[in-house]
Ligand binder design. Structure first.
Ligand code: SAH
Length: 256
């Protein structure tokens, strides 16, 4: 076995001094930005995460490369940074969690197995329900032409805006709203992906899915357990597949 990399023991997680870094940056985002030396260390632990994902059977290179680029530690509280590259879900505040990397990889890979990929392998427009801390939205913005990500909790929406500022992804649109209604302004979608699960799929999602598009979401199965559901919209109608059991936070209506 190779020796464990020193990350995060070598990290200096003290907030940066305003003047030393970027005086124009607002305090809230400055305080959560880990500082120097992180680049190299986090690349090493991320490489280990990528290897684990490959070992677990993830073979979608576009997804792997997107997850290799997005620094997951930037999306979790500083107290949890040392777990950022473990295959575990983590609390992100307001009773919500960031999904574990293997689930993010699995769901985005499933999304990309639909029929309407672009010529270069990119998805067209994608809708994500449940922005949370914004991690999965960041990964999606690297595999899709346009991403609309919607969150119903103002506190998390604002946090995601803050977390994602450094990436400056012009194709990523963060919205505060009730994702059960979808986002008709961006429809039809090549892909719809939900990070929260209810008893049934909201009709709006099905309506806003493009013909040839794919929806991947957790949903309560008839046994009362939650499972991943994949829905494909074809010219003839909808085809649904029930996959493995998962544990996502509940889908709720309204904004809070
Ligand atoms: N993809 C996220 C996971 C967040 S957990 C990440 O990478 O961090 C799921 C999120 O779904 C929670 O933040 C929860 O508030 C949100 N959610 C639940 N019901 C929703 C709804 N109807 N519309 C929008 N967001 C919703």
């Amino acid at each position: 076995m190779k020796e464990r990399p020193a990350f995060p023991a070598r990290l200096d997680l003290k907030p940066t001094k305003a003047k030393a870094s970027n005086p124009a940056k607002p305090a809230a985002s400055r305080d959560r930005t880990p500082v120097l030396g992180l680049g190299l260390d986090s690349q090493a632990v991320r490489a280990r995460m990528m290897q684990r994902l490959r070992d677990d059977g993830v073979d979608d290179d576009m997804v792997l490369s997107a997850m290799n680029e997005v620094e997951r530690h930037r999306f979790v509280d500083t107290a949890l940074v040392n777990q950022a590259y473990e295959d575990t879900s983590l609390p992100i505040g307001l009773g919500q969690t960031i999904s574990k990397p293997s689930v993010v990889a699995r769901m985005i890979a499933l999304l990309r197995q639909g029929h309407n990929l672009r010529i270069n392998g990119q998805l067209g427009r994608v809708l994500e329900i449940g922005t949370g801390c914004g991690y999965q939205a960041a990964v999606l913005s690297r595999v899709a032409k346009e991403v609309y990500s919607i969150e119903r909790l103002r506190g998390l929406h604002e946090r995601a805006v803050d977390n994602l500022r450094h990436l400056r992804q012009p194709n990523l649109h963060l919205l505060l709203g009730d994702g059960m209604l979808g986002y008709p302004q961006g429809a039809p979608y090549a892909g719809i992906i939900a990070a929260a699960g209810g008893d049934a799929l909201p009709q709006a999602w099905l309506d806003q899915l493009a013909v040839g598009g794919r929806l991947v979401a957790p949903m309560a199965s008839s046994q009362g357990q939650q499972a991943l559901v994949v829905v494909e919209r074809t010219a003839q109608g909808y085809q649904q597949q029930l996959l493995e059991a998962v544990h996502f936070v509940p889908l709720r209506s309204g904004i809070a």
